[in-house]
Write a protein that binds this ligand. Sequence first.
Ligand SMILES: Cc1cc2nc3c(=O)[nH]c(=O)nc-3n(C[C@H](O)[C@H](O)[C@H](O)COP(=O)(O)OP(=O)(O)OC[C@H]3O[C@@H](n4cnc5c(N)ncnc54)[C@H](O)[C@@H]3O)c2cc1C
Ligand code: SF4
Length: 516
Amino acid sequence: MSGRIHTGDELTEDRVLTCDVCIVGSGAGGGVLGLELARRGLDVVMLEEGGYHTRRDFDGDELRAYTELYQEQGNRATADLSVGIFQGRTVGGGTTINWCASFRTPPEILARWRDVHGVKGLDTQALTPHWDWLEERLNIRDWPIERANRNNQILWEGLGKLGYSRGTVKRNVKNCAALGACGLGCPTDAKQSTLVTLIPEAVTLGMRLYSNVSARRLEMAGPRVAAVHADVLDPGTDRPTGKRLTVKAKVTAVCGGAINSAALLLRSGLTGRGQVGKRLYLHPVVVTNARFPERVEAYTGAPLTVYSRQFIDRGPGKLGWLIEVPPILPLLGAVTLSGFGPAHQDLMAGLPHANAVLSICLDGVHGDEGGTVALRGDDPSRLEVNYPLEPFHWEGFREALKVAARIQLAAGAELVLSPHSDPVLIREESDVAKLDDAPYAPLECRVLSAHQMGGCAMGGSPDSSVVDSTLRYWDADNLFVVDGSVFPTALGVNPMETIMGVARWGSQHVAAAVKA
Ligand SMILES: Cc1cc2nc3c(=O)[nH]c(=O)nc-3n(C[C@H](O)[C@H](O)[C@H](O)COP(=O)(O)OP(=O)(O)OC[C@H]3O[C@@H](n4cnc5c(N)ncnc54)[C@H](O)[C@@H]3O)c2cc1C
Ligand code: SF4
């Protein structure tokens, strides 16, 4: 059997396909699942609403990249605009545009999923063979500090000067030229995304992938998915062409990522006894920007290679955070740098000297209920994300900003700017206290997310979760969710490797359901 990648413009008439498994979404979860099922000899059809873009298209043009490769053209946000959400929408999903940081799941998180959420059978021991396989297959290796760009070295030095824990990051790259363009799609295929690794292998084994095809609704027949109904999109305009693709599969696996997977279930009338769309976690991020006397050139070099979990656990009821740096490409920098008019222009002129520190907050482990996904009106492409920011979050953000500012000062920053709409300017230690008096409220302090988790949580009871410990939707026989949306909490590390490990572990259950 030989598979193929089809694009929307090839689908000029309505089509009905039959197969063993229909996978909706081609990202971290879908990509791994597709290969694992194809390797078992199963007939797999994968639908991806984003386009089929490859290294030939990845030309470093930021505007084009965000428009073509990100959800809602890079403009996804919570309904009140308080949290900006970056999320992939292309063949390979987030793995095509992410920054390559690869972490195994912290054991304490898996223990919490077991003890608090009733997840069974998913522990470090169960996941280790899958991580081992992934690390070999995706060439996940340490990126030593000697190869870090100046942006990451600043973080390394600042952490060291303050005596904080620090580590270097593993990356899924092969022959990486350290161009810094990971977030725009890798132009050399060095990044071992599912786009260049697992998906082509699955296609060779017979998987059929349809890009520019958006699954709109699952048709149910009693407790079974009878069909997946999808709209074909025009690759040029991203608008529906009016043509439909219908997939009749023995088993359906929803791998649309957090937010979109919940939305697809809701559009299909599957509410999971009220649990679908609940407990959405965003790893909310606050960013401090800094100006250094020397050139940092944070737009080049491997983007994310140093981290610290020094503040991940601040005790019960206190939001902890992971510390990393982002690449500062001009457009991304313009969005995250505070201020307007001449002040903003001045900051942009100083871009070669800019460093930024991310504080990535660990949500969902303090009883916080997280956000929600809901449908908005009748338009199937519209959804609404809410993520209430409580005093609990703001306290964490405030403390994180103080720590980040100190790290940047310790590394030699001449000026640190907070993410407030009227930024707090910090030139020396005595200025850090000014962060206490800054406004902490939606839209007054910028909050971002690049790691969405939850919305279809896994757990021990249908009254408190959407899927069981085999990733099967509680109230359907042949429906699975296999992506970051099944996490009952956030992780406190970047999520790709956990999602891939869980998908490979879960593939056995999806495969078994085909035969059931
Ligand atoms: C800028 C950026 C940097 C990041 N850096 C890192 C990093 O360094 N390390 C790390 O671990 N993580 C990183 N992440 C996060 C990581 O990429 C994601 O957590 C991960 O890709 C999520 O995997 P997933 O399978 O849940 O969903 P995704 O990878 O998002 O895949 C879901 C796919 O399903 C498609 N889809 C959704 N709904 C439908 C539908 N109805 N029909 C058809 N297709 C649909 C989407 O278009 C998408 O392609 C980053 C993310 C971003 C945005
Ligand atoms: S840093 Fe490496 S992986 Fe990222 S875009 Fe450049 S060559 Fe590709």
